[in-house]
Write a protein that binds this ligand. Structure first.
Ligand code: PXP
Length: 255
């Protein structure tokens, strides 16, 4: 079942780092599925989770429970591997976001190479799509990568906002300009455009104001803020900042 909250800009809450805290000690708490259910209640339009090859975030058991218990759509982040394809086809989440994955990285550093990786990625995009799973590609805000996503037949791209978020104030403007240009390009070439990685209360507004972006996926910062004021309050504040940014630009594009 899908909840349509009719937000012009959807918020996907990434619960991976609730699992990271649990995994630091083993055992069962904090429970990422409980966090996902709380996020649903607090205004998340979807839940995002990354089943990594090394299972350092959510586990296979968490995925089973997310599929059973969520009311909002699940966006499952996976690497383009046969193991992950088999798991996605078995669970059939609403969406699968293909991400690059390196065992030694601390987080997803940089986007997929949809140009050089065309031949590798194509069968994964095709099989997921044939199973009715909406495929998105996590890519850098680069028009050539967007064109490559079109060539792959992916209906959605998620623009990596990490460089924008990590940049110092002066350079941030250039990174934002790249995101704006890429989102415009996505609209021109018929791709649904999402964005995410590293977004915080301080960096979300300019990205949320881009009318052709219809979904933001945010996790690490929200889980961190939850320590200080609770997860519900962090999600509500993020939701309010997104809505305010979108209202101010008059971008009432429906997702
Ligand atoms: N989108 C994608 C594709 C991701 O891989 C991640 C997490 O790595 C996020 C969004 C959320 O990033 P963050 O946890 O930094 O908010």
């Amino acid at each position: 079942m899908t909840i349509n909250r009719a937000h012009a800009l959807r918020l996907g809450v990434n619960i991976d780092h609730v699992a990271t805290i649990r995994n630091a000690r083993g055992g069962g708490f904090p429970d990422p599925v409980r966090a996902a259910k709380l996020a649903e209640g607090a205004g998340a339009d979807g839940i995002t989770a990354h089943l990594r090859e090394d299972r350092r975030h959510i586990s296979d058991g968490d995925l089973d429970r997310l599929m059973d218990e969520l009311v909002v759509p699940l966006n499952l982040e996976i690497a383009a591997t046969d193991e992950m394809l088999e798991i996605a086809l078995r669970h059939k989440p609403h969406a699968a976001c293909l991400v690059p994955e390196k065992r030694e990285e601390r987080t997803t550093e940089g986007g997929l190479d949809a140009i050089g990786g065309h031949n590798h990625l194509k069968p994964y995009v095709d099989e997921l799509t044939a199973a009715g799973i909406r495929v998105s590609l996590f890519i850098e805000p680069d028009p050539a990568q967007l064109d490559a996503a079109v060539a792959l037949g992916a209906p959605v791209v998620e623009l990596h906002t990490g460089a924008y978020c990590d940049a110092r104030q002066v350079e941030r403007r250039d990174h934002l300009a790249r995101i704006v240009a890429a989102a415009d390009h996505a609209e021109r070439v018929g791709l649904e455009c999402h964005a995410g990685h590293g977004l915080t209360f301080d960096t979300v507004t300019p990205v949320a104001a881009i009318p052709s972006i219809v979904e933001l996926n945010i996790g690490h910062f929200l889980v961190g803020e939850a320590i200080f004021g609770g997860l519900e309050s962090a999600i509500k504040r993020m939701r309010a900042l997104m809505d305010q940014a979108r209202a101010e630009t008059g971008g009432a594009k429906s997702a």
